[in-house]
Design a protein around this ligand. Structure first.
Ligand code: PEP
Length: 251
């Protein structure tokens, strides 16, 4: 199965949640996707420990499995790290890079994220590169500059519409139950698209730009109908397949 950049994306980031028994959620999801025509690319990002089990369940289905992060080189003395080659070898197609929880806890720079993205592209993986301002920048009205700066430094020249997706995730909206206002999402996505259009990398053919930050079954229809919002990156609400399916159906 191949990623279709012309279709929107509904992605579920499980973060550090899920045990082997959670595969029942993936079985339900695969079953749903098998019985319904897919007008979106549906991806689940489980913790590393469950990737293999989930790939086995999702094989020959319409569900993609991805990794929540990866290292910037393929092999070597990097204890505790997982390489893009290993992720590809497991059967993943996608990798999240630069999630704010990783940027912040590991003090990860945009330059490093760009190196990781380049490594994923070399391994035929599509990277979902996350950007998004913190609460202070939003309060100071500096959110557009903040995100431009992240985009400028996080996207390698190897990026194209097939191997790259941008996720706009305002940090203050992640895991708080308080999604960004619809107008603010619209303004930021318009800004990101025009930034990507201006950048030589995408040559006026920008990749999908998706929104993340407290998306759930109640607000997804409104968020997904905003101009230039080509999908959603869903955290908490993706853990329960019934709720996640409602989000898929709202597109
Ligand atoms: C996320 O993990 O990327 C996310 C957006 O989380 P939540 O939906 O829980 O805010």
């Amino acid at each position: 199965m191949q990623y279709h950049p012309d279709k929107p994306i509904i992605a579920g980031n499980w973060k550090m949640n899920g045990l082997r028994g959670s595969k029942i959620e993936i079985e339900k999801l695969v079953n749903f996707l098998g019985n319904n025509n897919q007008n979106s690319n549906v991806i689940i990002f489980p913790p590393y420990t469950l990737i293999s089990d989930f790939v086995n369940i999702a094989v020959s289905s319409d569900l993609f499995i991805g990794s929540q992060d990866c290292h910037q080189v393929n092999r070597g003395a990097y204890t505790g790290s997982i390489s893009p080659e290993m992720i590809k070898d497991l059967g993943c197609n996608f990798v999240i890079l630069g999630h704010s929880e990783v940027r912040n806890t590991k003090d990860e720079s945009s330059i490093l994220i760009s190196k990781k993205a380049e490594a994923t592209h070399k391994n035929n993986l599509t990277s979902i590169i996350c950007v998004g301002e913190d609460a202070k920048s939003r309060m100071q009205g500096k959110q557009l500059d903040y995100v431009s700066n992240q985009l400028l430094k996080s996207i390698p020249t190897s990026a194209n519409i097939n191997n790259t997706v941008i996720a706009y995730e305002p940090i203050w909206a992640i895991g708080t139950g308080k999604s960004a206002h619809l107008e603010d999402i619209e303004i930021m996505h318009k800004h990101i698209i025009s930034f990507l259009n201006d950048s030589k990398i995408f040559d006026n053919n920008p990749p999908n730009v998706i929104y993340g930050g407290s998306v759930n079954a109640d607000n997804s229809r409104d968020i997904l109908s905003i101009d230039n919002v080509n999908g959603a990156l869903v955290g908490g609400a993706s853990l329960d397949s019934d709720e996640f399916i409602k989000i898929i159906q709202s597109i």
